[in-house]
Write a protein that binds this ligand. Structure first.
Ligand SMILES: Cc1ncc(COP(=O)(O)O)c(C=O)c1O
Length: 367
């Protein structure tokens, strides 16, 4: 166990694909075509092909994917969007940035996902959409959520930032809603070498709107139909993603192998391992998040053995200072409890079995 374990490390993965990546990046630099070119078009086509959506529109980030989707649905001032309080801030931030109000629904403490059973009581005349997050790489109860959307005529925007490749009932996340919003942030399962995002949709009309919104509201030079954004994916990032999408299934298998190994090795009554849904779901383990009693003590224990960790997420979103103007009075039981107990341990495709065994042993020693 000489090699220092990191919470996340991309250097080995780069080694694996460096020949192709370097060649493509150099060719792009020589070509002079840097924004919205051939690679972006090819990536959008391959992405749709992989996920099983009719269209894909790339953009600058996962956050922008959410913003553009909400804008394409005309969601804004006076509207409410139901989402989860146990997610990265960007989910709620996107709702606020289009002028709407995020409404938070408590989670299922086992899956960490929004609990669909709690949603209906928050629906009112202002509710326009539900934005579930497939947190840590496991699909939310998306069929149930879709049923609620149909019943109340609400839009469905899936936050798939952490769930590229995840499935529910053998169907990929990002194909259930009006839009699926993906992030290519480097730590994501399909990540680029900077920022990037993708929106999937089956609507030709919405795809056309998205293509305008990401490009200052228009496709023809100096003709602007909407107030849009500068939110385009560049050719270099697209070419790197094209290389990575070719090996994504093998990267996914490696993450799943690590998750299985943790499951077979970690045996400690003070630790609860991630819950995996069994209904033909596929968890892609963007994070391996466990729950522990007395997290501060557990952290001291990990630190004493130099085991890195991450806490996603320590503060329920409704308690974030940035949202204080909404005057939220929530006290969502499961969210509050999970925020205190959750801790993520290293998982990435290149993490060695020896490291997983070592981490598991340290966790088993915790008392
Ligand atoms: C659940 C969730 N939503 C949205 C985002 C935002 O994605 P990006 O960082 O690409 O803007 C992230 C990324 O960290 C995320 O984890």
């Amino acid at each position: 166990m000489n090699k220092k374990i990191k919470i996340f490390d991309l250097s080995e993965q780069y080694e694996l694909i460096s020949k192709e990546v370097d060649k493509n990046v150099l060719n792009i630099l020589k070509s002079g075509q840097y924004i919205l070119g051939e690679n972006v078009g090819e990536l959008e086509a391959k992405f749709s092909n992989f996920i099983g959506s009719k269209h894909s529109v790339s953009c600058n980030s996962g956050t922008d994917a959410l913003i553009l989707s909400l804008r394409a649905l005309n969601i804004g001032h006076g509207d409410e969007v139901i989402t989860t309080p146990f997610t990265y801030f960007a989910t709620a931030e996107a709702i606020v940035l289009v002028g709407a109000k995020p409404v938070f629904v408590d989670i299922n403490p086992h899956t960490f996902n929004i609990n669909h059973k709690n949603i209906e009581k928050y629906i009112n005349k202002r509710t326009k959409a539900i934005m579930p997050v497939h947190i840590f790489g496991q699909s939310a109860e998306i069929y149930e959520i879709k049923r609620i959307c149909r019943k109340y005529n609400l839009k469905l925007v899936e936050d798939c930032a952490q769930s590229f490749g995840a499935k529910k009932n053998n169907k990929y996340t990002g194909t259930f809603g009006d839009f699926g919003c993906f992030s290519f942030f480097p730590t994501k399962n399909l990540g680029c070498a900077g920022d990037g995002g993708m929106i999937t949709t089956n609507s030709l009309a919405k795809m056309k709107i998205l293509k305008k919104l990401r490009n200052h509201g228009g496709l023809i030079r100096n003709v602007h139909q909407y107030i849009g954004y500068n939110s385009r994916l560049d050719e270099i990032q697209a070419s790197i993603l094209l290389t990575k999408i070719k090996i994504i299934n093998s990267l996914d298998k490696k993450r799943n192998r690590i998750a299985k190994l943790y499951k077979s090795l970690i045996k400690n009554q003070l630790v609860t391992l991630p819950y995996e849904c069994e209904d033909n779901s596929h968890h892609v383990y963007n994070q391996y998040t466990i729950k522990v009693k007395n997290r501060a003590k557990f952290i001291r224990h990990l630190k004493s053995s130099s085991i890195p960790y991450g806490i996603y997420y320590p503060i329920p979103i409704y308690k974030q200072k940035a949202l204080k103007n909404f005057n939220y009075k929530y006290n969502l039981k499961n969210t509050e409890k999970v925020a205190k107990e959750c801790i993520s341990i290293p998982i990435y495709p290149e993490l060695s079995s020896d490291s997983v065994k070592h981490i598991s042993k340290i966790i088993n020693d915790y008392q």
